[in-house]
Design a protein around this ligand. Structure first.
Ligand SMILES: Nc1ncnc2c1ncn2[C@@H]1O[C@H](COP(=O)(O)OP(=O)(O)OP(=O)(O)O)[C@@H](O)[C@H]1O
Length: 265
């Protein structure tokens, strides 16, 4: 019997059907659904207490693989609080945060700690390096904390030290480095675990203009070079505009924040 595919086979609809549109769904790395966060009222003597504070009301967020998302908003709008929820550092009053197939609110404290160690790289406004330890040891710390052999952890730390342009400063105690260099070390520490998501809370907020530009450009370059997925909180609108998306946190919701002029919020 002859092979039907051997020779000039024509399919019935060939050439007559419109090609189907190709729908490419981008992978969602992190998803927040209907988030509400309320801080309880604090009782105080003679009126010094505070009423309950509702920060978010049904807040939704999707972060796609490879995106660099900026979150802006006035002081006190809740930007840091939102990042804490995304990093499983805190739990929402209502709503859910998902990272891939994991629902953060179902984590035990141990699972939350593992999630923070393996899936999230966090850069704080202040570097929080341990001043008595070398730059290399500081970078290796998250790997050592999960029980990786010291030689292997230090080798990975050396790679990331080079990536942040400090290849020759590894043996310096972190306390001997400048503010900008310390923040670069903290970026390397956040990335040494190759996390699924980089979260940065005003990573340039504590630096002068020129150093802030250098650290932001470094994060941007690493984001592109390593295909990172990043969410950055910033008051610097020029940096925000250089991200793929700008979201403004206002009155408990996220809205498109691209419409603002230059300056700070
Ligand atoms: N653990 C907490 N308990 C009670 N209130 C809190 C807590 N954490 C934050 N808040 C309050 O929530 C509000 C938002 O704080 P948050 O730090 O998230 O704002 P932000 O937008 O990051 O501000 P900034 O830009 O000044 O850093 C503030 O009024 C703050 O006092």
């Amino acid at each position: 019997m002859s092979d039907p595919l051997d020779g000039d086979v024509r399919f019935e609809n060939e050439g007559t059907l419109e090609p189907l549109p190709v729908v490419r769904e981008r992978t969602v790395v992190m998803r927040a659904v209907g988030l509400t966060k309320t801080y309880a009222a604090v009782a105080g003597k003679s009126g010094s207490g505070r009423a309950a504070l509702e920060l978010f009301r049904g807040l939704d967020l999707k972060v796609h693989a490879g995106e660099m998302v900026a979150i802006v908003g006035e002081s006190g709008a809740g930007k840091s609080s939102l990042l804490h929820l995304l990093a499983a550092l805190d739990t929402p009053t209502a709503g859910e945060v998902w990272c891939g197939e994991s629902r953060l609110s179902s984590f035990t404290p141990r699972q939350a700690a593992e999630f923070r160690n393996r899936d999230v790289g966090y850069v704080w406004q202040f570097h929080y390096l341990l001043p008595e330890f070398s730059a290399l040891e500081n970078i290796a710390m998250p790997l050592l904390a999960r029980g990786m052999r010291s030689a292997e952890a230090l080798e990975k730390a050396r790679f990331w030290l080079g990536e942040v342009g400090l290849g020759d400063r590894g043996e310096n105690r972190s306390g001997e480095l400048s503010g900008g260099e310390q923040q670069r070390v903290s970026v390397a520490r956040a990335l040494v675990t190759e996390p699924r998501l980089l979260l940065a809370d005003e990573p340039t907020g504590d630096l002068d203009g020129k150093t802030a530009e250098a650290v932001f450009s470094l994060i941007q370059r690493l984001h592109e070079a390593h295909g990172l997925t990043s969410v950055l909180v910033t008051h610097n609108l020029e940096f925000a505009e250089r991200c793929d998306r700008v979201l403004k946190l206002r009155e408990g919701r996220l809205t498109d924040g691209r419409t603002m002029g230059p300056g700070r919020v």
